[in-house]
Design a protein around this ligand. Structure first.
Ligand SMILES: Nc1nc2c(ncn2[C@@H]2O[C@H](COP(=O)(O)OP(=O)(O)O)[C@@H](O)[C@H]2O)c(=O)[nH]1
Ligand SMILES: [Mg+2]
Length: 217
């Protein structure tokens, strides 16, 4: 028997805008989903993979240096992925990290078309104080949070369950909040991630305005 699952299909993705302030945010009301996480968590690798582009998001060579909001237009601007700068970069000066925080906070609290935030945490580690802070911030502002546990290839199946529980407990996430293990290296967990992205962007039924953006496989 063939089980049909609905998943989002990404056909094209292009850099739309690089911004630090609202006047630099792109115009138009396409729904947006932001990706956040500490430096080195695997955000660029994941964004490159899900958009099927090699150089969409910058790799680890630029770790911590990109302190801009990068807006990517997906499927001819049906929706957007917003790459938030990684946090936890030790070498930032206090004033730089303060303006970095303001920039992210301003985007997260004022952007009307923002549908949710994918919070990336490394599956091997207990979430950091900043991860917890970010998660609490999202909850406080009523934003949908998708918890993505990266580098899932680095743990055994047993450890995976243990680490998911550690992540859930540390972030204070409820049992209903999904934690999606993914591996950019092994390309696993992507169907579940796409499903969650689709639900967050287009609602529970995963319906977009354009049926072509949702395919049955
Ligand atoms: N084993 C493994 N390593 C990964 C995975 N994703 C990223 N990495 C590695 O983690 C490091 C940081 O990745 P990068 O995508 O640049 O992280 P970013 O700083 O969050 O953008 C790099 O050395 C990647 O090769 C993964 O799924 N599995
Ligand atoms: Mg990066």
């Amino acid at each position: 028997m063939c089980v049909k699952i609905k998943r989002m299909k990404i056909k094209n993705a292009d850099l739309l805008a690089i911004a630090v302030k609202p006047n630099g945010y792109p115009v138009g009301n396409a729904p947006e989903i932001a990706f956040s996480g500490r430096s080195n968590v695997g955000k660029s690798s994941l964004l490159n993979l899900i958009t099927m582009r090699k150089k969409l998001a910058r790799g680890s060579g630029n770790t911590g240096k990109t302190r801009t909001l990068n807006f990517f237009s997906v499927n001819n601007d049906t929706f957007r992925i917003v790459d938030l700068p990684g946090y936890g970069y030790a070498k930032l000066s206090k004033s730089v990290s303060a303006s970095w925080g303001d920039m992210i906070e301003e985007y997260l609290t004022t952007r009307e078309q923002l549908k949710g935030v994918a919070l990336l945490v490394d599956i091997r580690h207990k979430p950091s104080a900043q991860d917890v802070q970010m998660y609490e911030f999202l909850k406080y502002h009523g934003l949908n949070g998708i918890i993505v546990a990266t580098k899932a290839d680095k743990v055994s199946r047993n450890e995976l369950f243990k680490q998911k529980k550690l992540i859930r407990d540390t972030l204070g996430a409820s049992i209903d909040d999904k934690i999606i293990p993914v591996s950019s290296l092994k390309k696993t967990g992507l169907d579940e991630l796409y499903k969650a992205l689709g639900e967050t962007l287009f609602g529970e039924d995963n319906k977009s305005n354009n049926d072509n953006d949702i395919v049955e496989e």
